[in-house]
Design a protein around this ligand. Sequence first.
Ligand SMILES: NC(=O)c1ccc[n+]([C@@H]2O[C@H](COP(=O)([O-])OP(=O)(O)OC[C@H]3O[C@@H](n4cnc5c(N)ncnc54)[C@H](O)[C@@H]3O)[C@@H](O)[C@H]2O)c1
Ligand SMILES: OC[C@@H](O)C(O)[C@H](O)CO
Length: 289
Amino acid sequence: MPPYVAYSLLLRGQSVISRNIFKRYTHSVPRTLPCFSLEGKTCVVTGASQGLGSQILAAFVLSGARGAVVDLKLSSANKAVDELKAEAKRAGLTAPEIRGYECDVSSKDGATNTFDQIVKDFGKVDVMVTNAGITGGSPAETYDLDDWKQMLDVNVNGTFMFAQAAGKHMIDNKIKGSIILVSSMSGSIVNRPQKQSAYNVSKAAAGHMMRSLASEWGEHGIRVNALSPGYIQTAANEGDEMEELSKEWVKMIPLHRIATPEEFRGTVVFMASDASSYMTGADIIVDGG
Ligand SMILES: NC(=O)c1ccc[n+]([C@@H]2O[C@H](COP(=O)([O-])OP(=O)(O)OC[C@H]3O[C@@H](n4cnc5c(N)ncnc54)[C@H](O)[C@@H]3O)[C@@H](O)[C@H]2O)c1
Ligand SMILES: OC[C@@H](O)C(O)[C@H](O)CO
């Protein structure tokens, strides 16, 4: 065979090979940085049956993680698991491992036993999101003390107990994990016109809890940050009164709208993954401005 024919065959062969390699590594999913991947991580999200929590877990699962849904009722948690699995399947993920757990985050034994069970089932926990929370309000001068205590029990004590269980597990097992406390813009501003002093106080506590834990656990490589959303379209903001209030809120928001829960997916993947490996003690405010 004359050398120029051999050379042109060689070139054609090379271009076929490189076309095949290119085909293998390009697919319909747009490219992103590998440091955003949560492949092989186990992520726990409290209050993940609905609203913001279910979107946080969906984002983690779609980024390659295994996940635990923790909520008040097992039936709601399992329903969320089925929905998450269906979404993962539509996105082309085969058999993602997601499980539901029943737990009232404000109960001491509940938090410890549930966390231990999750570790038994998955072997380890790399990412903990304390999202379970309640809202509500009343004028400060007549605020019922039992309601005030319940708000702090769920939003502060429930947050601490799950963060504590995760922190201890990560320290004992040398896991350089990420802990995300869901706070709120209400932790650093006072919302108007609704009167919700207990909620505001509970979210400010979550913010300073995050800074304290970040400071204590940094030496173990554990990162602790807070996600502070503005108003989101969830059950917490439903009803006629909320609809009236939201007209007032929208006027004060520079982006002039309330967020959808899906809009937090990117932020939480950033916070949970190596994409934010040098970020700890940060309050990430996502509130439309
Ligand atoms: N919706 C908003 O505008 C907004 C804004 C800022 C921050 N947040 C915070 O985001 C988080 C999620 O809120 P959401 O808007 O999705 O509310 P949501 O009411 O839709 O969901 C809250 C979830 O937490 C669960 N939960 C409540 N108490 C619990 C308990 N004791 N133990 C276990 N689970 C419990 C509920 O069953 C529910 O599934 C809360 O911490 C909330 O304070 C919400
Ligand atoms: O009840 C309104 C709440 O959803 C709330 O003010 C919100 O959490 C803002 O941070």
